[in-house]
Design a protein around this ligand. Structure first.
Ligand code: ADP
Length: 490
């Protein structure tokens, strides 16, 4: 089974399980393997602190028989689980605060005297350690010598350390005997506990994974079901699975997609109607006239033949536009990008249109400052300008003027095709670039367009990455434009 086919709940469970195992392992590591080390190092550091504490107390009190001092030392001994001994240099016990029976044990094994002797022998050292367990680290990174390091059979482990202190110019030996509680039994208990904890945590992980997976996947499942319906062609779907922000966002996106699909569906229906209508009308006319000319020899004249030719041309341009748009949209057309004189191209198109519109009363003005060179597909850019002009002609009213303006702004050139015709309502301005979109859906024969011109323009300009748009006032006229960087000649 591929990883991306695994169900969400098992994935979440997997991740939670991995997370849990890591946590348990870290916990085990610290509790089982590090516990003893950490305990011992804490203890040795405590001993170091205790030395300072006791020394300060003794020196501050300045009386070794002071009851308050003895009381304080007793408290420290209890707090730190430590026995405190103070000797003079002759080996006489001055203070003994015996916390338990360690002292006796030490004495019994005649180790204590050995320690005292060794300590006295190394009196040049102010502080030293006697360690009964190899694993016990000396505090302060062994700044002081270890004068004895051997296990004592009757004592598990201990940190015994000593320090010389001075009181009224007399030196004393302070010895601290700090017990280490064996950690092995504690670790055993911990191991057992960890076993239970692991079991509980894994069960909890399964429950949490199932809950989380349900919360996350439920809305996804609902959306998926709706999306399947959408794919089957159902369009009255409202995605409303909720639960969290991402799903709400997905809903919005899908609802937007549904709205767009609905629009496309409608456009497609409209297109079929339009195309069938546009194809049928000229064909009916052509066959009608042909029949008539066949039956009535009088009607066989140049005018009627011209009518047939016009209708054939109309059919031809519709089919050509359709083919062109479909090839542009499927990106099967290669654009030939070359450098050419845009101003010249516009001039030639204007001249051709002027000749064509000679008897219609249309005036086309072209305003420009200088010749501009651009990199683009020569024929396609010509087609864009040609389409803009054709539309301007088709949608003009009484004022039959078309202004073409070339504006240079820094390194960009803008070409505007301006008419004073019917104009476009603001809400229609974004829609006219859609294929098959026509504002006037009545399809009267005076409307010469195919509804594809601007869609073709859009494809061409999008391909080039040029800016384009329309500024228009309803009933006042429209300015179609496109804008692009031009080549500066030095
Ligand atoms: P058509 O072949 O119908 O002109 P186009 O794609 O060229 O198709 O234009 C789409 C629609 O945009 C047109 O049907 C028309 O309603 C509107 N339109 C285009 N150019 C103009 C213009 N200069 N003035 C007003 N409306 C326009």
């Amino acid at each position: 089974m591929k990883f991306d086919k695994i169900k969400l709940k098992w994935k979440i469970f997997g991740y939670i399980l991995i997370f849990t195992v890591i946590i348990i392992m870290v916990f085990c590591f610290f509790q089982i393997f590090m516990l003893e080390k950490m305990y011992k190092s804490t203890k040795t550091n405590q001993v170091a602190d205790l030395f300072t504490e006791i020394e300060t107390r003794i020196i501050n009190t300045n009386d070794l028989n002071d009851l308050r001092l003895l009381n304080d030392l007793q408290t420290s001994a209890t707090d730190y689980e430590t026995a405190i001994y103070l000797f003079n240099l002759d080996g006489d016990e001055i203070i003994t605060i015996n916390n338990g029976d360690y002292y006796q044990k030490l004495k019994d094994e005649s180790i204590f005297q050995d320690i005292v002797n060794k300590a006295l022998a190394t009196s040049k050292w102010k502080q030293f350690y006697i360690i009964f367990d190899n694993n016990v680290p000396a505090p302060n990174k062994m700044d002081y010598p270890i004068i004895h390091n051997a296990p004592i059979s009757s004592i598990d482990t201990a940190i015994i350390s000593g320090k010389f202190i001075e009181l009224n110019q007399i030196r004393y030996l302070l010895i601290l005997d700090s017990r280490l509680t064996p950690v092995a039994p504690a670790i055993k208990t911990l191991k057992q506990q960890l076993l239970y904890i692991s079991a509980i945590v894994i069960i909890l992980a399964i429950i949490v994974a199932l809950l989380i997976a349900n919360i996350i996947s439920k809305p996804i499942r609902i959306i998926n079901e709706d999306a399947k319906q959408l794919a089957l062609g159902k369009r009255n779907i409202n995605f409303n699975g909720n639960g969290y922000a991402e799903i709400a966002e997905l809903n919005n996106t899908l609802n937007y997609a549904v709205a767009e699909l609905k629009k496309t569906d409608e456009l497609q229906k409209e297109l079929l109607a339009n195309i069938s209508h546009d194809l049928k009308t000229p064909i009916t006319l052509i066959s009608g006239y042909a029949e008539m000319m066949k039956d009535l020899p009088d009607e066989f004249n140049a005018d009627n033949l011209q009518l047939i030719i016009d209708e054939c041309n109309r059919l031809n341009s519709l089919v050509l536009d359709l083919l062109d748009l479909s090839r542009l949209q499927s990106k099967t057309i290669n654009f030939k990008l070359v450098e050419f004189n845009l101003t010249d191209l516009i001039k030639s198109i204007v001249i051709r249109n002027q000749q064509f519109l000679e008897n219609t009363g249309f005036v086309i003005n072209f305003k420009y400052d200088m010749d501009v060179f651009i990199n683009a597909d020569y024929d396609r850019i010509g087609q864009v300008i040609y389409n803009f002009i054709t539309n301007a002609v088709n949608y003009s009213k009484d004022k039959k003027i078309i202004d073409i303006i070339q504006i240079i702004n820094d390194d960009r050139v803008r070409i505007i095709v301006k008419d004073y015709g019917i104009g476009i309502k603001p809400e229609e301005q974004a829609l006219i670039w859609n294929r098959y979109y026509r504002i006037d859906k009545t399809h009267n024969r005076s409307n010469k367009g195919t509804g594809l011109g601007l869609a073709i323009v859009k494809e061409i300009l999008d391909f080039h990455g040029f800016e384009y748009g329309v500024e228009s006032k309803y009933h006042e006229g429209s300015s179609f434009y496109f804008e692009l960087p031009y080549n500066k000649k030095v």
